[in-house]
Each structure stands twice: as C-alpha cells, then as structure tokens.
Design a protein. Structure first.
Length: 95
C-alpha cells in the first residue's frame, strides 16, 4: 500500500470541489474553497505521515486552525453521507 502524495490529495480535492490549487492555499472563506481546504488538510493528515504542525507550515496556517479542520472533518464524517462518500472515493483511488 503506497502512501499518497500531497499533490495527489490536492488534485483529488480540487477535482471533487471544482476549485484550483490556489483556492485551497488561499485564505478565502467561500464555501467550496473552504470545504476543499478542510478536506485536503484532513486527507493529508489521515493518509500521510505529516503532522498538523507540518501541514500548517505547508499551507501558511496556524497549527490550531489545522487541528480544528481535522477535528471538524472527524466529527462530520460519520454524520455527513456526502463527505463519507468523498473520503471513501479517495480511499478507493489510492488502494
């Protein structure tokens, strides 16, 4: 089982939410950009060996913000069928 790259995760999130990589890395709070950013950060944390501190540095965020995004996705995942399907779709692609 090969660990996905950050680039693969970013590409998946961009395609899923129809946004550009610049939108994920920006500070905009437009709903689909924010959703893509949160998903990207969660997937990087969950599927790579990167810690939240490293992810925060990669995206120019505070570690607390990254931790909050990860916690939010963990909370929503069992409650939001669309999100669950999106995450399962990524798992299917990489495994």
């Amino acid at each position: 089982m090969k660990q996905p790259t950050v680039e693969q995760i970013e590409k998946y999130s961009c395609e899923t939410y129809d946004v550009k990589i610049e939108d994920i890395k920006s500070t905009t709070t437009e709903a689909k950009h924010l959703a893509a950013r949160k998903l990207t950060i969660y997937l990087i944390f969950h599927f790579t060996k990167m810690q939240s501190r490293e992810i925060a540095q990669l995206y120019g965020r505070k570690q607390q913000s990254v931790d909050d995004f990860i916690r939010e996705i963990r909370y929503l995942k069992p409650r939001d069928n669309d999100l669950k399907i999106i995450i399962k779709g990524f798992e299917y692609l990489i495994y």
